[in-house]
Ligand binder design. Structure first.
Ligand code: HEC
Length: 122
């Protein structure tokens, strides 16, 4: 009986760990430079080019915020939670009605996870 419970618990951990490992930095980089168009507006250094340079952005922002922002920048901008308000202030965009950021392709959850994993390497 006990060993069966152990197996069940082990299986849950194995699945959780597997999905955490599944995010793929190389794929994230391809998405960044490919159809999502991130690379058209962002450099991966701290230099601005249209959009702000993204060096260190994975430390500035939480994954939850990034996932929302990369899916729905306009909605995130308008909802203006504390993290969004802080970004607007840092970028001196407090008075802008809408974001300059546009997402050129709707990303799947897997693509988002890969992209966010890649942003953590910048
Ligand atoms: C049309 C240009 C454009 C495209 C395409 C674009 N962005 Fe942006 N991005 C911006 C601008 C401009 C900002 C600054 C906030 C604003 O005004 O929207 C920004 C902000 C950000 C931020 C927050 C930066 C900070 O300093 O807090 C992240 C992270 C980000 N973009 C990632 C991405 C990723 C990843 C993609 C690809 C899916 C992408 N962006 C596509 C223009 C763009």
């Amino acid at each position: 009986m006990k060993s069966r419970l152990f197996l069940a618990v082990f299986a849950v951990f194995a699945v959780a760990a597997g999905s955490a490992w599944a995010a793929d930095v190389a794929k994230g980089k391809e998405i960044f430079n490919g159809p999502a168009g991130c690379g058209d507006c962002h450099r991966t250094t701290s230099k601005k080019s249209g959009g702000p340079g993204l060096a260190g952005t994975g430390k500035i922002h939480t994954d939850e915020w990034l996932a929302r922002w990369l899916k729905e920048p306009k909605k995130t901008w308008q909802e203006n939670d504390a993290e969004t308000a802080e970004m607007k202030k840092r970028l001196k965009q407090q008075d802008a009605e809408r974001p300059g950021m546009k997402v050129r392709k709707n990303l799947t959850d897997d693509e988002l996870a890969d992209l966010i994993e890649y942003l953590h390497t910048l």
